[in-house]
Design a protein around this ligand. Structure first.
Ligand code: A2R
Length: 310
């Protein structure tokens, strides 16, 4: 049987299906010395978007043919190097669109309607002592700027439509959609009440949401990030939230996961999630199935269902 190296967490169901056709090696149980001894036989790697494949691991595998990524984002995999070496890389687009969009909507609502503050108000007994909680903001008729109107971005726009927004977007290219296109992110932020980030990570989008963009979004503005922590300048974000230059932030992703700066945790105007955009049983099962299907299809036919565009 061929050998697959599994980096990061794979579910029991994934491991069981892979084991039918592959000898499975879990990276968590090994080290670089083991890898050197066993490198030649490993033809396939399964990983996730967070762990990716470290350059030294990719370099150590001379016969690597394919990397199957459990997740849509693959910025932790060096695709330039994979293309150069003829290594096929796959990911799991599409099957998580609705779930990540739901996470974005949940963060928007939690910020607008102060879900965490009001929940604490009930639990602490303040409601009984002080009476009604302070009023919150309505999500009706807001201008929503989507940074990255791809598969998930469009699902977010659709899911937010019942709140009657004006939907606008920024990406590198104009899309055939009924929303207004901005070729300048800062200008879009200035016109938006909510800025939702849903681009890929990687060098091209690194810190594109910078101090200027956050200031343009403004004191009444809400930033939502369900893309990658790298897309937002986290230091500038903390400064903007602390100084009141930005109103609220709902974040599912961070620069150094799972480390989240204490300053973000201390702020009352943030809602923080542990990178759970797609993390439901149903959606993770669909992603797991697609990850394994790509792997098995590559083994059996040399083709795959969902290659990365590169
Ligand atoms: O720029 P375009 O026209 O290629 O549009 C893509 C946009 N995008 C960018 N927008 C502004 N500046 C950039 N440097 C830039 N690079 C890409 O992001 C497109 O509208 C969107 C990505 O859409 P999809 O490729 O369909 O990705 P999907 O499935 O929506 O997932 C987005 C990301 C993943 O890569 C994970 O990082 C995260 O959501 O879960």
């Amino acid at each position: 049987m061929p050998d697959v190296l599994v980096i990061g967490g794979a579910t029991e169901a994934m491991l069981a299906r892979m084991s039918e056709k592959f000898t499975v090696h879990k990276w968590a149980e090994h080290d670089m010395d083991w890898l050197e001894e066993n490198a030649e036989k490993i033809t396939h790697v399964v990983t996730n978007g967070h762990d990716g494949v470290r350059p030294e691991i990719m370099a150590a595998l001379p016969n690597l043919q394919m990397i199957s990524c459990y997740g849509v984002g693959y910025d932790a995999i060096d695709t330039t190097e994979a293309v150069r070496r003829g290594i096929m890389v796959t990911h799991t687009p599409g099957v998580l669109n609705d779930e990540v969009a739901t996470t974005a909507v949940m963060l928007v609502l939690a910020c607008y309607r102060e879900l965490l503050r009001d929940d604490a108000y009930v639990r602490s007994g303040e409601w009984e002592k002080k009476g009604s909680a302070p009023l919150t903001r309505s999500l009706e008729n807001q201008t929503i700027g989507i940074l990255g109107l791809g598969r998930i971005g469009q699902a977010i726009a659709t899911k937010l439509a019942p709140w009657n927004p004006t939907t606008v977007y920024h990406s590198r290219t104009k899309k055939d959609v009924p929303y207004t296109y901005y070729d300048n992110l800062e200008a879009m932020a200035a016109d938006s009440d909510i800025l939702i980030c849903i681009t890929p990570g990687g060098a091209e989008t690194r810190k594109i949401v910078n101090a200027e963009v956050l200031a343009a979004l403004g004191p009444k503005g809400t930033l939502i990030n369900v893309a990658r922590g790298s897309v937002v300048d986290e230091t500038a974000l903390i400064d903007a939230l602390q100084s009141g230059k930005l109103g609220w932030a709902g974040l599912d992703v961070f620069e150094q996961e799972p480390k989240v700066p204490q300053a973000l945790r201390d702020l009352p105007n943030t809602v923080l999630l542990p990178h759970v955009g797609s993390a439901t049983v149903e959606t993770r099962t669909a992603m797991a199935n697609l990850t394994v299907e790509n792997l098995l299809q590559h083994l059996e036919t040399g083709t795959v269902a969902t290659p990365v565009p590169e």
